[in-house]
Write a protein that binds this ligand. Sequence first.
Ligand code: UD2
Length: 403
Amino acid sequence: MVIWSMGIIVLWYLQPITDRRHHVLVGLYWSVQHSLTNGDLCRFKILGAKMFPRLSAFLKTNAGCSDDKSCGKRSCCFLKYVVFLMLICSLWYGVTWHSTLYCKSQMLYDKPNILKSLRSDVLVMTPWFAPIVWNGTYNIEILKAQFHKRDVRIGLTVFAIKRYTVFIQTFIETAEKYFMAGCKVNYYVFTDHVRDIPNIALGEGRQLVILEAPSHQRWQEVSMRRMEMIRDYSRQRFVNEVDYLVCVDVDMRFSDDVGVEILSDLFGTLHPGLYGLSREGFTYERRQESTAYIPGDEGDFYYAGGFFGGIVEEVYKLTNFCHIAMMTDKKNEIEAIWHDESYLNKYFLYHKPTRILSPEYLWENGYGVPRFLKRRRFVAVPKNHKAIRNRRALQYYLKDTHK
Ligand code: UD2
């Protein structure tokens, strides 16, 4: 028993290697308990009297032990309570010790089970082996450790042209809470109303960059021209400042974590209204004259225009393709049915994304909350389309909402 206990104590001090502190303590506690219940006190007497003579002498004088046997018993009880206390502390502070002392070199997590899928209610992998990101399909701690090692910086691009500046405050405030918490982030806000962008306190390692962008008369043009702006800035600036770009709509709020699990070379997001439909149901551009045309027997998913990204180089290629396709259509006096979204879908059909975000990452509460949807991370802010896109209508809308 003594040798066994000593072995466990050695294990205890080899913590950085084993990192099983509470398991060791349970073993130690059990062995001490075992020695008591089996009356194995003679051996403990030796331990108490010979190995810890000072403790033995202390107990003899202060705890009223008459002989080595009772002394051994008391030592045993004393040791038992000390170990019990350590066990409780170990369990209680385990997480803290783990993250502060050992996380840098080692990480503990459940072993993946090869015979068990992490989600059985949804598709978690495309036929081209791109993961579809759903809650419960990844371990964020493992991913964070990988990305932090690479010290990545993420650029979040957003456009607030004309009336859409009203959405910026909520957008950034909620992003500060939920978007890439603990990471380095550059917010790139494109606007034609620089003075309307509020001053918002940002966390450490996060900065706001306001970029002037032209306005366009039609809201469709504003939406589509985002591709051109992102393309140009990717080449001139973003490539020197960030590793990944995340390009999103502004009339949105973050309501749950959006972290490094989304980052990959090229990613798109399933449209919240169309994820379950057949190919015929997808609102791809069906006119052959348009460069965004997708034949009826092609297509994997319908991707939303409001959330895509990847490494800067890939985002450059995507936005360049979309912008050139739009300009070709413009020359031919045709505009794709869903504007930039149609061109984005065309691009993703022939340049498969390496990761796909589930509708958790782009939801609209009007669709309700289906059972498979465990989290709503980025949600559309309800807007009166007509009012927000048209100055005169906006005046009536604002009057109405402030009544
Ligand atoms: C959908 C897509 C959007 C785009 C659009 C094209 C989603 C969630 N949204 O949104 O990405 O593909 O369809 O039809 O999938 N904007 C301005 N000022 C304006 C107009 C637009 O800043 O006057 C910007 C703003 O960042 C806005 C984005 O363009 O979020 C898209 O416009 P929208 O949100 O009005 O378009 P919507 O809701 O139809």
